[in-house]
Ligand binder design. Structure first.
Ligand code: MN3
Length: 386
């Protein structure tokens, strides 16, 4: 590999910024990486800095006001600045580049990811919600359009790396590791009145707000179970979750002969991001290394399914199937936002999701339109409860 062209969906968020750091590392290793486009919701200050450093051909800004404001910036070259959903979809599908890094959080990644797959683009996927709501459909599209998804989520990257060269039918199970988040050692009573600050205090990983709250409720791991089911084509019974507070083992695969493979590393997203960009090649990096004499305690615990009800609800939704995971995801997105806006308490997040699931009439043979419909209805259902 010596040349590569990349588009980043959501370059100003946590994964997007790390992706640009990875690109700098690749350039230091004499790989010519062209950044074709960058997108942001509305962080125009940060995207301006990124534009000046990486000189993309296009920038897309979703927020109309911020877009207009950005047009007033003086830039040293003729940058194409876009806004609006249609322009975004044209950008990811009609422009020529090799790989789309989907670094945005939430349901909104679904449509552009589908458009990129339909135009045969390879996807480096950090977004989990896309596979949670539409894994079945995405898998069909990947097959039909002869392209591939390389997972960026650290657990899925770990499993992906462990099964290279293996026969997938010889996997007996996978074990997704979870840090347990900030409330691992707290009782239900203690987390009842948890503040936003408590919930955002993740012990190991530095991530965006939505995913950090998802880690505190362990919905993050629930979403990852569903994500893993679709990426690796596994039965639900083959996916186990173990708490591993040190976050050094990123996940494990057990094979039918009893042999277990794991992928390890310091908790730092640059490693899985770079692997997703350069796969199947590995390129040198100066990212932090594990020192086994310092990181010499690796422990495991069973997750408390009562305290972390969200994990249970995620298993429930995918076991029941149909459009239940769409409801799980939509209700969770709305509830997390309400918690961050101090409208509800921490434990209300799982309560709202449970109510939404209980009130849902599932569509078992769903098409893509049903996903949008159920997502919208679920959001309205939760808003109407208040
Ligand atoms: Mn993860």
């Amino acid at each position: 590999m010596d040349k590569l062209s990349i588009g980043i969906l959501g370059s100003t968020g946590s994964i997007g910024q790390s992706t640009l750091e990875v690109i700098k590392n690749l350039k230091r290793n004499n790989i010519q990486v062209e950044v074709k486009f960058l997108t942001t919701f509305g962080n125009i200050e940060r995207i301006r800095t990124q534009v000046l450093e990486f000189l993309p051909e296009y920038v897309h800004i979703s927020d109309k006001e911020k877009f207009n404001e950005f047009l007033g910036f003086k830039l040293p070259y003729k940058l194409k600045v876009l806004t609006g959903q249609d322009e975004l979809l044209k950008l990811v599908s009609e422009v020529e580049y090799d790989k789309l890094i989907v670094a945005v959080v939430g349901f909104n990644a679904l449509t552009p990811t589908i458009e990129a797959i339909k135009s045969g683009k390879k996807i480096g996927l950090a977004n989990k919600e896309t596979l949670v709501v539409a894994g079945k459909i995405i898998n069909e599209l990947i097959k039909n359009h002869k392209t591939e998804i390389i997972p960026i989520d650290s657990e899925h990257s770990a499993i992906f790396q462990c099964i290279i060269g293996e026969d997938r039918n010889k996997i007996s199970k996978i074990i997704l590791t979870a840090s347990g988040g900030p409330f691992r050692n707290k009782t239900i009573d203690e987390i009842k009145d948890a503040t936003i600050k408590d919930a955002l205090a993740h012990p190991n990983w530095n991530m965006g707000n939505k995913i950090t709250i998802d880690s505190a409720t362990m919905m993050n791991k629930g979403l990852e179970v569903i994500e893993a089911k679709w990426i690796f084509n596994l039965k639900l019974e083959q996916i186990e979750v173990l708490i591993h507070p040190q976050s050094i083992i990123h996940s494990l695969v057990e094979f039918i002969d009893g042999s277990v493979k794991a992928q390890l590393g310091i908790p730092n997203m640059k490693i899985p991001i770079q692997y997703a960009i350069t796969y199947p090649e590995r390129i040198a990096s100066d990212f932090p290394r594990i020192n086994f004499l310092e990181n010499n305690v690796l422990t495991f615990e069973k997750p408390d399914r009562e305290k972390f009800e969200c994990l249970e609800l995620a298993y429930h939704s995918i076991r029941e199937g149909g459009t239940y995971p769409v409801v799980l995801n939509a209700a969770n997105e709305v509830a997390v936002e309400m918690f961050l806006n101090k409208k509800i308490k921490f434990l209300d997040i799982s309560k709202l999701i449970k109510i939404a699931l209980e009130n849902h009439k599932p569509i078992m043979n769903y098409e893509i339109e049903h996903i949008y419909e159920v997502d919208k209805k679920t959001r309205e259902f939760i808003f109407n409860l208040f």
